[in-house]
Write a protein that binds this ligand. Structure first.
Ligand code: ME8
Length: 510
């Protein structure tokens, strides 16, 4: 048994999740489900990033104490994941006492080891954005989103010695070409590491921000939100001394968006190196879902599409399927309602749903709804059997590279092949010919058994609908990975008729 640990970003809980958040969580969930299906002991982590200025400000605006505000929104996220069939094994909250303890201990250790020092930070501070800004960001002396120009501010901050880890990080990336995927993001980071990266400010004065984990040796400061958040990948495993940490950490894979690439490389790799934690095994970096305005979908721009509304309208499984099929991992793209409807109608209703409905209705009509026993296979069946038998390996290899859309596409190609097989085998003509009874048995059995394989291969993507499909097929309801041909549906058992994906048009809303 091998352990795998898959993490989503730990989301800021200052609003409800939009489609971009669902994109990351659904990818991580599907990967975890595939790995579990294939026999790995896989743990999925997600959670809530609750400290920092962003949350403190949102709480003030909502006229709530930060704790109550974070409690409420953490529940909103948990509920959203439930409704999107994202099933984390752990949900970490950065306000949990066990997490805060790990952060304090890590800070103390690094301070004692001389990896953290106090210095004055001087820079241009944007009151509007509540952060230091660089000259490069300014247009006509101010940030485009601010009304007022930034002010020169000087304040004491604790710094983590990040620069000393730069050479090591660069070597790590050179020695581990698949550490960051897709490769364009690895190249981006290698470029960043060619120049000095400086040290990292990891505290904020308490008189400016109280909502954070106190610096253990200096009550005048709280910990910077990213230093706190990144450690939430290890704290739920009982770092440093619990067995879950030693079991799961070596197989860790982080799923993130490209907006947080820098923090997950420069910050997180140097932090883990300084703490003596092995670097992560993989960093899968997604592109951005864009709003209908062509800009990154985001809470602040208000161009977010609600994934829960889309799941209610089109079905959660159609949404999950569309998310992995429509935008290749690593690239930017758009997942609009029109796109979900099209994927649902074409791929799921026309190709997969129709194949299932036709097959089941022919079994009902020609064989009283009983699974026939196959007789002699010819080359047409042998091609299908060979493809169905190799697909679990093909799919898993793609899943390991987070190419989930390509994996699903391979299975949907089998579905297309099966639709072609129905057309060329003409079961309706065989049914009229008393001498073709054996042949009809073989064709119908092959279709049922291949559909059973499809239900297993797509179960991680569409758990609800593939469960329904197995019920219709009358085989074992539990999914089973890599089942040898001939062990899915049982001759003599009863199938049911049903429509998996009723076709939807925009007019249904009228
Ligand atoms: O950054 N397209 O949290 P966050 C695709 N708390 N993915 C998107 C997206 C979009 N338009 N918008 C957001 C944080 N995401 C930190 C993380 S981790 C230790 C701390 C996804 O709530 C994407 O995966 O801003 C991105 O990285 C993540 O949401 C950021 O979520």
């Amino acid at each position: 048994m091998t352990y795998r640990y898959i993490t989503t970003p730990i989301y800021y809980v200052n609003d409800r999740p939009h489609m971009g958040h669902a994109y990351a969580s659904v990818h991580a969930d599907i990967m975890a489900r595939y790995l579990r299906a294939a026999g790995h002991q896989a743990m999925l982590l997600t959670g809530a990033d609750e400290h920092g200025e962003k949350i403190a400000k949102a709480a003030t605006q909502a006229n709530e104490a930060p704790r109550a505000f974070a409690d409420r929104h953490a529940e909103t996220f948990k509920d959203a994941w439930r409704r999107l069939s994202v099933e984390p094994d752990r949900f970490v909250r950065t306000t949990a006492p066990a997490h805060a303890k790990v952060v304090s201990e890590c800070l103390s250790r690094l301070f004692e080891a001389g990896e953290i020092y106090l210095a004055d930070y001087e820079g241009l501070y944007s009151v509007g954005q509540e952060r230091f800004v660089t000259d490069k960001e300014l247009v006509d002396g101010k940030l485009p989103e601010d009304k007022e120009p930034p002010v020169l501010r000087r304040e004491p901050n604790y710094f983590f010695r990040m620069e000393v880890h730069r050479a090591w990080m660069r070597q790590l990336l050179l020695d581990t070409p698949d550490l960051i995927q897709p490769v364009q993001y690895r190249n981006e980071v290698l470029k960043l590491l060619e120049e000095p990266i400086g040290d990292l400010s990891i505290s904020r004065p308490v008189n400016r921000l109280e909502w954070g984990i106190p610096i253990p040796w200096d009550p005048e400061h709280v910990t910077y939100v990213w230093f706190d958040a990144l450690l939430s990948y290890v704290s739920p495993l009982g770092y440093p001394d619990q067995p879950a940490f030693s079991n799961y950490w070596p197989g860790v894979r982080h799923v993130i968006g490209k907006d947080i690439l820098r923090t997950h490389t420069l910050f997180w790799l140097s932090m883990t190196h300084a703490l003596g934690i092995a670097p992560y095994r993989r960093l899968y970096v997604s592109g951005h879902l864009l709003g209908s305005d062509g800009r990154k979908m985001s809470k602040s721009l208000g161009n977010g599409v609600d994934p829960l509304e889309a799941a209610d309208t089109y079905g959660v499984d159609a949404l999950r399927y569309t998310l992995i099929r429509e935008v290749s991992f690593g690239f930017d793209g758009i997942v609009s309602n029109a796109v979900i409807e099209q994927r649902r109608n074409r791929d799921l209703a026309d190709d997969l749903g129709n194949l299932a409905a036709r097959t089941l209705s022919m079994v009902k009509r020609y064989r009283d709804g009983l699974v026939p026993a196959p007789k002699r296979y010819d080359t047409r069946e042998e091609t299908i059997i060979a493809r169905a038998s190799e697909l679990p390996h093909v799919v898993l290899a793609l899943v390991e590279e987070m190419k989930l859309g390509r994996a699903a596409e391979q299975v949907m190609d089998l579905v297309k092949q099966l639709n072609g097989y129905v057309a060329s085998s003409t079961p309706w003509a065989l049914a009229k010919d008393p001498d073709a009874s054996d042949r009809l048995d073989t064709v119908l059995y092959t279709l049922l058994e291949a559909l059973y394989s499809v239900s297993n291969l797509l179960h991680p993507v569409m758990p609800g609908k593939m469960h329904e499909l197995r019920i219709l097929l009358g085989g074992s309801v539990e999914p089973c990975w890599d089942l040898p041909w001939g062990h899915g549906v049982k001759p003599g058992s009863t199938v049911k008729e049903g429509i998996l994906f009723p076709k939807r048009t925009g007019e249904d809303d009228a």
